[in-house]
Each structure stands twice: as C-alpha cells, then as structure tokens.
Design a protein around this ligand. Structure first.
Ligand SMILES: Cc1cc2nc3c(=O)[nH]c(=O)nc-3n(C[C@H](O)[C@H](O)[C@H](O)COP(=O)(O)O)c2cc1C
Length: 357
C-alpha cells in the first residue's frame, strides 16, 4: 500500500541535481530535508519557523506521540476507504491543503501547482481571504465553495529566523488579492522585525471581532469556517454566530508561542460543538498515524501546511501530489492495521493517552 518516491531533479541550483537526483523520499520528513537542500536559506527559514522560542512548534509535533493506538484485529481489512465528506463535498482523503502564503518562493508555478495537485488527488485547498465584501463576491463568482476567516492574526507573530535573516519577499512576488500590494516591497527591515512582518502588521486589522463574523455571515450564503480557534469557549461562540465549521489551528505555531498544541485543543472544541458544526485540525501532521489520531479525536478533516511547501519545492505539482498520496497511503495502511475499514469506524476508543511521555 505504501509507496517510495523518487525525487526528480530539483527546481533550484544545478549542484543539487547531481547529488540528489536518485534520492528516495519515503516520508514527509524526507521531503523537508530535501527542500532544505534546495531552497535558499531565508525561504526555508520563513516556511519552517514558529514564533519566538518555538515551544508550540515542537509541541504540535510532540502531541501526536502522547497518544498511542489501540488496534482491533480480525476485521477483514481487504478494502479500506479513506473517503470523507467536508461541508457536503465528498473527498477521497481527509487530508487537505491549508493556507500558506507565497508558494511561488518554493516553485515558479506556486499556488497553481498546489491547487492542481489537490484536484488530481481528490482533495481540497484552502486560500486565505481578506474579509472584505469585494473579495467575498469575487470568491463567490469564482466558484469557491466556502470562506475561511483566519481569527488568530490580529498581529503577526515574531519569527526570529526572519528577523535574523532580515527576510524580504523576492521582488517579483505580488499579493495579487490586495490593492496595496506594492507597499510590500517598500518596507525595510528594522532591528526587531523583518520587512515582511512590518508589511503584514500594516495590513492586519487588530480590531477584528465577533461582530465581523456576524457581518460576514450576513453578506454571504457560502459556508464560513473560522480558522484559529483553540478553546471550548470560542467554539461555542462560533456556533452561536452561525458559522459552519471550525479549524482548530495555532497557525502552525507562528503566532502566540506557548499556546497549546492543536491536538491537545481538539477534544475540548469537539465536545463544545457536539456535532452541531464540522471541526477540522491542522498543525504538525507528518504521518498517516497522525491523521488517524486526529480523526479518532473528532476531526472531520486534517489540513497540512509546511509539507505541501516541501513537496512543491522538491518537485512542483508532482511533489505536492506525492506528499498527499504518501499521507493517504500511510493513513490507509494505518487504518487497516487498526481494523478500521471506513473513516466512520475511527472512533475515540482507538486511542489511549500515554503516561510515559
Ligand atoms: C509559510 C506559512 C505561511 C502561512 N500563511 C498563512 C496565511 O497566510 N493565512 C493563514 O490563515 N495561515 C497561514 N499559515 C498557517 C497555515 O494555514 C497552517 O495553520 C499551518 O501551516 C499548519 O501547520 P503545519 O505547517 O505544521 O502543517 C501559514 C503557515 C506557514 C508555514
């Protein structure tokens, strides 16, 4: 069921082609290692970094080790389906692509390549949308089937590598959905902030509040998903404001360092909404068994951020496809080993919390 993937010649730098062309990539960590070899350091650091001391970045990964699987046997797993429904749409896999900016730094085809890979793999891709009526209307016209409102970014987190690297976006990149696009290249770094962080600070709205969710609900009939909720209290508010889904996320640990890992936050959010709306998760997902654990704790779908960027850097659209297929194969195998033939059969009793970590 699982597959090994041969890396194709990389997009960046001819020297890598010689040394790396025959490397076999067996798991998502291999893709990250390979991307690190290919990408300019400033770009790799921008993608990889978490905020401040990166406690939460480490914990997003470690949280998956705190749960162990309790497999059931003798269940005829000759056929396993990883298919799920998300907001009424049938997906081949519960693994989908999250919103991460600037795919063009990883590969010239950028977001287009990632979106094509999603389509080919039968899953969906999230695009970041500013909550303005104009953008909403454009999304509606373009046939988008849901809006995602990121709610954990009143300010931008401090990613120390970006400060150290004095990170600036390559001059050919544009923020096509924003009018003030050009200012992004007019901001210089300071002692404490990268130029990029300064630009983002200028464009964010720290007064974003529940009334904006109410407003958004009133101007569109598209399903709304709030991205960045970590507590039962906010999950209940979200239900009260009529949203259709919650993405339990800490922004890939790039905002408030020290917040709890998303896997640790998931059970209380799932309990608080008690089936009234859909709940998804992102952050630190590296393996099929991670996806399995998140589903067992009540997530309906799982989004991945950085692994997509690593796939894109390694091999463009095909690299993203390989990442998605690898995770799906790993999930399928883990389901079979656990005695789960369908995603519905993945239930909380599949897990036990370890006491030895
Ligand atoms: C390079 C990068 C850029 C991101 N840009 C955005 C963004 O523009 N909007 C947003 O809501 N989340 C953004 N995120 C957060 C992701 O949507 C997602 O929450 C996170 O990457 C999931 O964690 P993972 O990378 O461990 O899979 C970004 C994450 C990364 C790594």
């Amino acid at each position: 069921m699982s597959r090994c993937i041969k890396a194709l010649p990389p997009f960046y730098g001819p020297c890598h082609e010689l040394t790396m062309a025959s490397q076999v990539l067996t798991c998502l960590e291999d893709f990250e290692k390979r991307a690190k070899e290919i990408l300019p350091k400033t770009v790799f650091d921008y993608y990889r970094s978490g905020a401040d001391g990166e406690q939460t970045l480490r914990d997003n990964l470690a949280a998956y080790s705190r749960w162990r699987l309790r497999p059931r046997v003798l269940r005829d797993v000759s056929k396993v389906s990883t298919s799920v429904q998300v907001l009424g749409a049938q997906l081949v896999s519960p693994v989908a692509v999250g919103a991460t900016g600037f795919h063009c730094m990883a590969h010239p085809e950028g977001e287009l390549a990632s979106a094509r890979a999603c389509a080919a793999s039968g899953t969906l891709m999230m695009q970041d949308q500013d909550a303005t009526e104009q953008l909403v209307r454009r999304a509606e016209r373009a046939g988008y089937t849901a809006l995602v409102l990121t709610v954990d970014t009143p300010y931008v987190g401090r990613r120390l590598d970006d400060v150290r690297n004095r990170f600036v976006l390559p001059s050919h990149l544009r923020l096509c959905n924003f009018k003030e696009d050009d200012t992004i290249h007019g901001v210089g770094p300071t002692q404490n902030d990268s130029a990029f962080a300064l630009f983002v600070k200028q464009s964010l709205n720290p007064s974003l509040a529940w009334e904006h969710v109410h407003w958004l609900r009133s101007i569109t009939s598209l399903p709304i998903i709030l991205k960045g909720i970590l507590t039962a209290e906010d999950a209940r508010e979200a239900v009260n404001y009529g949203v259709d889904g919650i993405l339990v996320s800490n922004h890939g640990a790039r905002q408030l360092d020290g917040v709890l890992s998303t896997l640790d936050a998931l059970p209380e959010v799932v309990a608080a909404v008690s089936g009234r709306i859909e709940v998804y998760i992102d952050g630190g997902v590296q393996r099929g068994t991670d996806v399995l654990k998140a589903l067992a704790l009540g997530a309906q779908a799982v989004f991945i951020g950085r692994p997509v960027l690593w796939g894109l850097a390694v091999n463009g659209e095909n690299g993203v496809r390989q990442v998605l297929e690898l995770l799906q194969d790993e999930l399928s195998l883990a389901m079979a080993f656990s005695g789960c033939r369908t995603v519905k059969e993945i239930t909380p009793d599949l897990l036990t919390r370890t006491s030895y970590l």
